[in-house]
Write a protein that binds this ligand. Structure first.
Ligand SMILES: CC(C)(COP(=O)(O)OP(=O)(O)OC[C@H]1O[C@@H](n2cnc3c(N)ncnc32)[C@H](O)[C@@H]1OP(=O)(O)O)[C@@H](O)C(=O)NCCC(=O)NCCS
Length: 160
């Protein structure tokens, strides 16, 4: 009999992270280092993946990341992360980063990233993760789009 792992809902692994941008996070112009944002994206995606896999995960890829608006010291960063799709051992996690003006509360989309994480066992080898249950049309659409991105990602990985 197949050993099926019960599927999990997108909502079960959703992550919201909030950070304040400090002077040490910024360059000489006062705007945040891209690498700092990437580290936060990686952390947010890892928490979502750990919640879904209920175990250790490793980052295997991060798609192109575009920084749309500069973020400066004193602003608040809000990261929202969720699983778009779970495949065999890998999961695509989408992370949206918004900056919040501390005075007005106005929020701007700073960047969006697609991160692929692989669940690993105690020997660091890939292990199967639970399937992802879409609870509405939007989640089902995100899963389809993630599957298409995965095909392109794997083609690019093997052709390089
Ligand atoms: C993650 C790791 C254990 C995977 O081992 P591997 O031998 O490459 O495993 P596989 O080839 O079987 O691939 C594992 C999964 O990754 C997926 N994958 C492989 N290359 C990928 C890529 N470039 N982008 C996205 N997914 C990829 C595979 O499709 C597979 O997913 P699936 O099980 O859902 O089909 C290994 O690559 C590793 O340790 N990498 C370093 C991770 C790390 O240290 N990250 C921190 C930043 S340096």
């Amino acid at each position: 009999m197949p050993n099926r792992i019960p599927e999990r809902l997108v909502a079960e692994s959703r992550v919201i992270m909030t950070e304040i941008v400090l002077p040490e996070d910024t360059n000489h112009r006062g705007s945040i280092f891209g690498g700092r944002v990437l580290a936060l994206i990686d952390k947010c995606a890892a928490v979502a993946a750990i919640r879904h896999a209920r175990g250790e995960v490793l980052t295997i890829s991060m798609d192109t990341v575009e920084f749309r608006n500069p973020v400066v010291a004193g602003q608040i960063l809000i990261l929202n992360g969720w699983i778009n799709a779970a495949f065999g051992s890998s999961m695509e996690i989408e992370v949206e980063v918004r900056s919040e003006d501390p005075s007005s509360g106005a929020r701007d989309l700073t960047t969006r990233a697609f991160v692929t994480m692989v669940a690993v066992d105690e020997n660091g080898r890939p292990r199967r993760v639970p399937g992802l249950l879409a609870s509405d049309d939007d989640e089902a659409r995100r899963a389809d789009e993630a599957t298409r991105r995965r095909t392109i990602r794997l083609q690019n990985a093997t052709s390089s």
